[in-house]
Write a protein that binds this ligand. Structure first.
Ligand SMILES: Nc1ncnc2c1ncn2[C@@H]1O[C@H](COP(=O)(O)OP(=O)(O)OP(=O)(O)O)[C@@H](O)[C@H]1O
Length: 674
């Protein structure tokens, strides 16, 4: 019974229920002013006279105002009593009432039905149109609008990438008309051909470019039959030698080659040992073991650059997309080996012996696999089986030179709801192959060279040497703790991590070096909102469109779906301002630097896509456009319905990855004291 619940009417103008006696003349019923006052109309009235009332949504109103049924009016609540407001249900089949209810759940302080239909100064004829203008419902035209808005920025490269992303993730209908409409904008930066058939030249060039963008996403332009087809002569880019040609067409970065000259002593020993194996073609596997910051990635870059500059193939891969972006031409291990999504003890990789993947693997001199401790044992076994088969060699991994690397102190394979023992059992060290692997150790923390206290503390936590206080909690050194200050601890934390934020708006280097890490989405959302408030200017709210497939009876109300904060999905309402840092939550296009964990800088406010600049990885500095993408919640997530779908408004969240707590990928790593 506590807190009490007030039910709130939801009715269209003059469509509310009125009670009257059977013998009452209808004219007296209509003339009685009491009958035209409802909980909703009086909510509007209160908003028009009391500025304080405008702070609340309709459903929040009963917590601050009390409905007096005798006088039929709202009155400011004096007591601290907690009251919940619940709006009566409306089904999408009811049309306008459903959309009005949706608006009531998002618009604060409406003063009339007409005001509720007004978005950015425009009064829309229907509630549906208003909900659409506010970005609450998906529009049949949304993909077209997204592309046409993107055209106005006049960045054909980003536009072509956006078009490829839409092809893969958004399943657009009427593809041919989208192509026809946006073709001129996508080819704007191409040189014109002197040949008579300039249009054919531009079409083929665009098709080739799109095909190149689609390949890493495992699609081909020919999969989209509505589009013009790529002529035979140009469609053979992916034939046998071309994959190797493509590999060598990208030059070795000078800064990676320069790493070789500055290796520290541990790195040098590891480098020499591995290079000797490469030169003598002695098939063996290594594991580069080093706590966070000891220069594992630095060593891989040196190795990969040296091998490639010798004219040999070096394949860089990593378990997560974000680690892959740190390596030149790096791809996730899923994509490199075409690993099954849910492998078991007898799985193999899905590439065939004649595929391009197989050609590249077979001809490679070295494979570097970063973040190996995060990979499930079955995935290593699948790669081992497939490489043995490919190479016709029974040595571990078919006799290939593989350099695994990572840090077992960081993240082990994720076994959802698994115990510690299950996670350890799923890890590489439990594989029979582990005993064939030669361990190379890196010990000097290169990231915290000027802060040995922090480096030692981190190592002590990672090695499990730090004394626990109770419940396996460790005591943080006082210097790392921000003292609790009544209600403003979060503010103090934000000021510490992002000092003088307003002076650094748009400063990618400042932003990318700092982060606040928190294990719960709920806290991340709360902190994000506070940080975004500190940025100057008006924000733009991006909403998700949430739905449950097959929910024909509309069992799940919008506000319930909107309130779910599922792992891996951004919040329903995401406020962004220019200069705000973002983090991508999906592997959209790892090859071009867009993967789970990529950090971006939000550029400008657009209604239908996010215009941002990549701040991390090899694609740093590139501008990208991210459309709305349909996403599903994970299948094993505990929701009261199966197969829940959450089509989210955008892919980004200024939120922080909590996977790397002990890895300290960020220079400042603060823990919020409990
Ligand atoms: N020999 C070196 N000379 C100069 N700088 C180095 C050297 N080795 C590593 N660094 C620098 O130290 C920092 C940490 O290195 P790196 O990212 O390679 O560590 P890591 O072991 O891969 O860390 P993590 O486990 O957190 O991913 C980087 O900024 C890198 O450029």
């Amino acid at each position: 019974m506590c807190p009490s619940v007030d039910r709130l009417q939801v009715h269209l103008p003059n469509m509310h229920q009125v009670r009257f006696e059977a013998n009452q003349p209808i004219s007296s019923v209509l003339e009685n002013p009491r009958n035209s006052k409802t909980i909703l109309t009086e909510f509007f009235k209160m908003n028009s006279v009391d500025p304080n009332a405008r702070r609340y949504l309709y459903r929040e109103f009963p917590d601050h105002y009390r409905w007096l049924s005798t006088s039929r009016e709202w009155q400011k609540r004096k007591s601290q009593q907690r009251v919940l407001g619940r709006l009566y249900v409306a089904s999408p089949l009811e049309g306008e009432r459903f959309y009005m209810r949706m608006l009531l759940n998002h618009v604060r302080g409406p003063t009339s039905f007409e005001h509720l239909r007004t978005v950015n100064g425009v009064t829309h004829p229907t509630f549906r149109a208003a909900a659409e203008a506010l970005g609450l419902i998906e529009n049949d035209e949304s993909i077209r609008q997204c592309l046409s808005e993107a055209c106005s920025v006049r960045m054909p490269t980003a536009l072509r990438r956006l078009f490829a992303t839409i092809l893969v993730y958004c399943q657009p209908t009427g593809l041919r008309s989208l192509w026809d409409e946006f073709f001129p904008y996508m080819v704007e930066d191409y040189p014109t051909s002197n040949t008579t058939n300039n249009c054919v030249f531009l079409t083929n060039k665009l098709l080739q470019d799109l095909d190149r963008l689609l390949r890493p996403l495992r699609k081909r332009i020919s999969d989209y039959t509505e589009l013009p087809s790529l002529p035979e002569t140009t469609d053979d880019i992916g034939e046998l030698p071309s994959i190797i040609e493509e590999y060598f067409s990208i030059p070795v970065p000078d800064e990676d080659l320069a790493c070789v000259a500055t290796l520290n002593s541990d790195q040098q020993i590891a480098y020499d040992t591995i290079m000797n194996a490469v030169i003598s073609k002695a098939g063996c596997s290594f594991f580069v073991d080093g706590p966070g910051g000891t220069g594992k990635t630095f060593l891989y870059r040196a190795l990969l650059a040296t091998v490639k500059s010798r004219g040999e193939i070096a394949i860089p891969t990593a378990t997560s997309g974000i680690a892959a972006t740190l390596l030149h031409q790096g791809r996730t291990s899923h994509s490199t080996f075409q690993l099954p999504l849910n492998p078991d003890s007898s799985s193999t990789c899905s590439f065939t012996k004649r595929s391009k993947t197989a050609i590249l693997l077979k001809n490679s001199s070295i494979i570097v696999w970063d973040e190996a401790p995060m990979t499930h044992i079955y995935q290593f076994e699948a790669v081992d089986r497939s490489l043995k088969d490919l190479m016709g060699n029974d040595l571990p991994f078919g006799g290939k030179i593989i350099v695994f690397g990572g840090d077992f102190r960081q993240v082990l394979p994720v076994v959802r709801n698994g115990t510690k023992a299950q996670m350890i059992d799923a890890s590489f060290v439990r594989s029979p192959m582990w005993r064939h692997i030669r361990i190379l150790r890196l010990r000097e923390n290169m990231r915290s060279r000027d802060d040995s206290g922090f480096a030692n503390f981190l190592l002590s936590v990672g090695n499990g040497n730090e004394p626990t206080v109770s419940d396996q909690m460790i005591r943080l050194p006082t210097g790392m703790i921000i003292p609790t200050v009544a209600d403003s601890s979060i503010e103090a934390l934000i000021d510490q991590v992002f000092p003088s934020l307003s002076e650094h708006v748009g400063d990618g280097n400042f932003i990318v070096e700092r982060a606040i890490i928190t294990p719960l989405n709920e806290d991340a959302d709360r902190i994000n909102n506070k940080v975004v408030e500190k940025f100057l200017g008006e924000g733009k709210m991006y909403y998700s469109f949430d739905s449950v497939p097959e929910d024909k009876r509309n069992l799940y109300q919008q506000e319930f779906l909107n309130s779910i904060s599922a792992s891996g999905l951004p919040p329903h309402a995401l406020t962004l301002k220019p200069g705000v840092p973002l983090m991508l939550l999906r592997n959209i296009d790892p090859k071009h630097g867009l993967c789970n964990g990529t950090r971006l800088l939000f550029h400008s406010l657009k209604d239908n896509f996010i215009d941002a600049e990549i701040l991390t990885g090899h694609s740093r500095g590139n501008r990208v456009f991210l459309p709305r993408i349909p996403l599903k919640t994970a299948e094993d997530i505990k929701l009261p319905f199966e197969d829940g779908q959450k089509a989210i408004s955008c892919e980004v969240e200024f939120c922080l990855d909590y996977q790397q707590v002990s890895g300290t990928n960020y220079s400042t790593c603060w823990h919020i004291p409990p």
